[in-house]
Design a protein around this ligand. Structure first.
Ligand code: EPZ
Length: 418
């Protein structure tokens, strides 16, 4: 079984180069379905999820050429309207191909994505959005079949600013006839990055506050685009410096994309220095406990809740985190308690009573961000921590152990057959 073996207790020190954002890369790759012309993306992270989406696009008829952190996605013959069941089962974001396919072909057949470790994660808002654009949507034996002669612009009021639903509807609307308005849209930096790419492809799309307006076109062209840095990776690496009482810098990163997270980190007593495209965190002997709620952007990002919880498990006092986005985001608390953390869950709120020191254990990652939390805990814990469940971690963090080792972590990947 693959594992990360960590000897805790070393203060980390140095600068880590941040990869392109996974959650910007995935929708950006899917946007290539909207055009016959080549879409060239730079700063593509070396992640399993990116390989999965590129495999999906290849199976739909795209010609994908990848070289290091750059990818070109061009036409490779006629597009196919049915997505590969395997890739959607592997990764929920593959479901985003639905809107662009029906916008281009008038038909799309995509398996319903399952839930996962962090929640049921339904797609009702995606489907209602496509219906508002005039599509006929049926569910048959676990498949979603969407048809439309031509999508027509509509007005959508999202009850929750869903990132995926916003991206799905915005991409489909680019080829719909007439104007589409999406109210209460998600405005995460990754969504704004997709909107920038769509604009480069010739889409008539704009966002004001939480309202996205699109005037549909007959077709879009190709584009070249540099993805934004991964703010979740940046936040996680900064926490690695803080939890080991070291001094760590991350670059490139846009500090304004992490405002809420940085405010929470500062409230624990961690010293922060912000540059134009860099952030430096200096850890302290004992962080102060804090209270926070996760929320859609610009609120505290749910993806940094588990890594922050690991840091707060050694704080002075009792912290509280209320999770408002995913109902099962708390899976990390079980393995973290095995390492000595004192975490009690009460509905959507957890209380973390800080302890002096965590103890190294064998623990299993429940999901991407929970896995990152366990790695952080292992970096600070007394003794050895063995983290399994690397399939999760590898989906969201490119070369995590080599980036941490380069700043002083005693961490290595084992590929034991056991
Ligand atoms: C995106 O997931 C991200 N994934 C997630 O990152 C991130 O945690 C999440 O947004 C919130 O910021 C990608 O961008 C690939 P949502 P998504 O639609 O689009 C409910 C990671 O670790 N909902 O904003 O699935 C849903 O159940 C991943 O990188 C509906 O009820 O998130 C959830 O409770 C994890 N119906 C809430 O909305 C719908 O049709 C937020 O989901 C859609 C969503």
């Amino acid at each position: 079984m693959k594992s990360l073996v960590i000897e805790g207790g070393n203060p980390l020190s140095g600068t880590v180069s941040i990869s392109g954002a996974k959650n910007a890369a995935l929708p950006a790759c899917v946007a290539s379905l909207l055009t016959e012309d080549p879409v060239i993306l730079h700063s593509i992270p070396q992640l399993r999820d990116v390989s999965t989406i590129l495999y999906t696009l290849g199976a739909l008829g795209k010609r994908v050429v990848r070289h290091d952190a750059n990818v070109s996605i061009a036409a490779g013959g006629s597009l196919i309207s049915e997505a590969n069941a395997y890739s959607v089962s592997q990764m929920r974001a593959s479901f985003l191909v639905l809107g662009p396919l029906v916008a281009r072909l008038g038909k799309a057949v995509v398996p319903l994505p399952g839930g996962c470790a962090i929640g049921a994660r339904p797609v009702d808002l995606h489907l209602e959005g496509l219906r508002a654009l005039g599509a006929r949507v049926e569910e048959r034996n676990g498949m979603v079949v969407v048809t439309a002669d031509r999508l027509t612009g509509g007005t959508i009021h999202l009850p929750f600013p869903s990132v995926g639903a916003t991206e799905q509807i915005a991409m489909a609307a680019c080829l719909a006839e007439g104007q589409t308005v999406i109210h209460n849209a998600a405005i995460e930096p990754e969504v704004i990055d997709l909107i920038e790419l769509l604009g480069k492809m010739g889409a008539d799309i704009s966002v004001t506050d939480r309202t996205i307006r699109v005037m549909g076109k007959r077709s879009l062209g190709g584009a070249e685009h540099m993805l934004i840095p991964d703010r979740m990776e940046a936040g996680t690496i900064l926490l690695a410096g803080a939890i080991t009482r070291g001094r760590v810098s991350v670059s490139p990163v846009r500090p304004q994309h992490l405002d809420a997270f940085l405010n929470s980190l500062r409230a624990t007593g961690v010293e922060l220095e912000l540059g134009e495209m860099s952030i430096t965190a200096t850890g302290i002997t004992r962080p102060t406990a804090i209270k926070l709620d996760t929320a859609p952007y610009p609120g505290f990002p749910t993806d940094l809740h588990p890594p922050l919880a690991a840091f707060l498990s050694i704080a002075d006092g009792t912290s509280k985190i209320t999770e408002s986005v995913f109902e099962r985001r708390f899976a990390y608390s079980v393995p973290l308690c095995k390492m000595g953390a004192r975490i009690v869950q009460d509905g959507a709120t957890i209380s973390i009573q800080g302890i002096d020191e965590l103890t190294g254990q064998q623990v299993d990652a429940p999901d991407i961000r929970g896995g990152a939390a366990l790695v952080l805990a292992g970096l600070a814990a007394r003794g050895r921590t063995v983290v399994t469940g690397l399939d999760h971690i590898d989906r969201g963090h490119a070369n995590l152990e080599s980036k941490l080792r380069a700043i002083g972590a005693r961490i290595e990947r084992r590929e034991d057959d056991s």
